[in-house]
Design a protein around this ligand. Sequence first.
Ligand code: DLL
Length: 432
Amino acid sequence: MSNYYQPEIETASREQILALQNERLVKQVQHVWDNVPYYRKKMEEKGLTPADIQGLDDLHKLPFLSKDDLREAYPYGLLGAPIKDCVRIHSTSGTTGKRVVAFYTQHDIDLWEDCCARAIMAAGGTDEDVCQIAYGYGLFTGGSGMHGGSHKVGCLTLPMSSGNTDRQLQFMTDLGATILCCTPSYALYLAESIHERGLRDQIKLKAGIFGAEAWSEEMRHEIEKQLGIKAYDIYGLTETSGPGVAFECSEQTGMHINEDHFIAEIIDPDTGEVLPEGSKGELVFTSITKEAFPLLRYRTKDICILSRKKCSCGRTLVKMSKPMGRSDDMLIVKGVNVFPSQIETVLLEQGYPANYQIIVDRVNHSDTLEVQVEMTPENFSDSLAKINEMEKGLIDALKTMLGIYAKVKLVAPKSIARSEGKAVRIIDKRKI
Ligand code: DLL
């Protein structure tokens, strides 16, 4: 038997959802005011006290929080609960010493797992299912979040973590996995490996829950065709707990946001002005139930559209479109967040100039990252052995910074085209 019940909120009336959000927002603002001096100061700077926030109509008065605030407040500055009440952290792959670290009380974990459970149930998951979790475990939120959700649904949970394709396929076939949770690019890679090994008849998958990176409708069709499953999108970010902030239902036309835990707004990324429903803009979340890491008006930098059109699944929760891009320069490569500034830091630290290009591609459904950088006249060499050695040094330093492999190609001094305006540092060849 499943120990999870589909909460009425998923199909509640608009009035019920708004009433709940109003009540929770007021409480949350007070919680933050009382426990997070960093944000209290931001409110005071705007002349606000909790009494000014009586409900959703006052939300726009609150100051935004951004990734820069999180970095400035690193590591404990935005903690909303005493350490004795916190039981876990997760973190982004972020920059050196300034990663984004999110904290959780046990209550936060329970609610987060509920959100992930909703995603699994929306994909048809029940306690009869065998759920293979091939998102990374550890600091990344994907593995643990979906793992907890799978437990709540009562699925038999396979905690595989990412990578080790042979082992993934062995468990998938031997244990008859019916639901696969991983990044969409890894799903395609697994699909390809299944075909290469002639295992198609031995897999019992019926659904996949894929997210953590952008993926197109074409990619969805490819995954669905190759694996013979229905592929569902799932969205989230470390700052708001992880996966499960929003999830797709059988209609597959956008992701329902768990509005009992998150208030979503769309803003103009340049002016910060709140935009009406249906507008394309930056997604902003206010978490209204989180204790340890309660973020008010957090700017995600993800560009998307919200819609309240009636959904055939019966859920009334607002839907967000697939993110259509970002308002900053963050790249997501193999599910890992990569900022060009991190790469630049490594290059400069290692004595290279800031003349470089980052080339991202998708080969055999897997992301590749290449950094082309100019040698300086001082370290220029045409000895292949010397160049290999220099490239290896950079590959190692980039791996330490980013956590993933980046191919490095050293090129002759002054060979990368200069720009008169903004330098074109990033060439993203992926069709997404
Ligand atoms: O990627 C959490 C997650 C894990 C989501 C597993 C879904 C499944 P971060 O590493 O902090 O957290 O990266 C968050 O990833 O701001 C988006 O830009 C991007 N992203 C997440 N889900 C999607 C998606 C996790 N379904 C950043 N489609 C976010 C497109 C996504 N982009």
